[in-house]
Ligand binder design. Structure first.
Ligand code: 6GU
Length: 253
């Protein structure tokens, strides 16, 4: 996978190479990260990339021409790549979208800055993505999020090929809790079941904790994911327990 980032701040992306899995993935050529400085595609003496908005209002808007030239330059080098504009107006980038875009051989990530990008740039891109309902000062951090999330889905990037699948959201549920030594930490114990050596029981416990946690913290996720009959039975049990508690408190004076 080759990520080609179109940005006014290419030096921000050197942060990805400072350490960790992304640095290693680049070194082992599982992924490549290229940056294109949009300012290099400005044509006037001052290398202007922004201008005042038509119709008035505060702030500046990124001009379409330098961006269009930068996009065409990137597309010429990577004809197979999907072009993505990072913008708060985009579709929400979640794990499902990440799995889909990880199938492309290249992604051209276009980072907007200032108060926005000339609307006509959206006509030149394949899709628009947002990383959440808040406003960043620019698309750069969003592009880094996309690079990070997509990279770990690329074969070879994670040591253990199964680990990308086993985590939060891949199953559609929140992850079960993890523990390591010591067995007792500041009075808090590791659950006994994890020391039992009973792998089937551990697997069931982990699934149930995932379900209960997801129900408590992110019930919205349970609407989207496929649950087994055993999962449903467990959730029904929780439901019955909660009803019994409510019943008991309604009776109490
Ligand atoms: Cl992709 N860009 C900006 N500027 N803000 C955002 C975003 C993107 N995603 C969420 N907020």
């Amino acid at each position: 996978m080759t990520f080609t980032v179109l940005t006014l701040f290419p030096e921000m992306f050197s942060a990805l190479l400072l350490g960790g899995i992304i640095k290693r993935a680049v070194e082992s050529k599982c992924i490549a990260i290229e940056t294109v400085d949009i300012r290099d595609f400005a044509t006037n003496r001052h290398r202007t990339v922004d201008d005042r908005p038509y119709g008035g209002g505060c702030g500046m808007v990124m001009k379409p021409e330098p961006l269009a030239r930068a996009i065409r330059h990137a597309k010429q080098k990577h004809p197979e790549a999907r072009t993505v504009l990072l913008t708060p107006q985009g579709r929400l980038f979640d794990q499902r979208v990440a799995r889909r875009v990880a199938q492309y051989t290249g992604l051209v990530l276009i980072c907007g800055r200032y108060e926005g990008v000339d609307e006509r740039v959206s006509l030149l891109v394949d899709e628009e993505l947002s990383i959440g309902d808040y406003v960043l000062t620019g698309g750069e951090i969003a592009a880094m999020v996309v690079i990070d999330v997509v990279s770990r889905l690329i074969p070879g990037v994670l040591g253990n090929v199964r680990s990308a699948d086993e985590e939060s959201f891949s199953s559609g549920l929140l992850e079960y809790p993890q523990y390591t030594r010591p067995r007792s930490f500041e009075g808090a114990q590791v659950p006994d079941i994890l020391l039992s050596g009973n792998h089937l029981a551990i697997k069931q416990w982990r699934r149930r904790v995932s379900l209960a946690r997801t129900l408590a913290k992110r019930p919205d996720l349970l609407f989207r994911e496929s649950l087994t009959p055993e999962d449903i039975e467990f959730l029904k049990k929780i439901h019955r327990d909660i009803e019994a508690i409510i019943e008991r408190h309604m009776q109490a004076p």
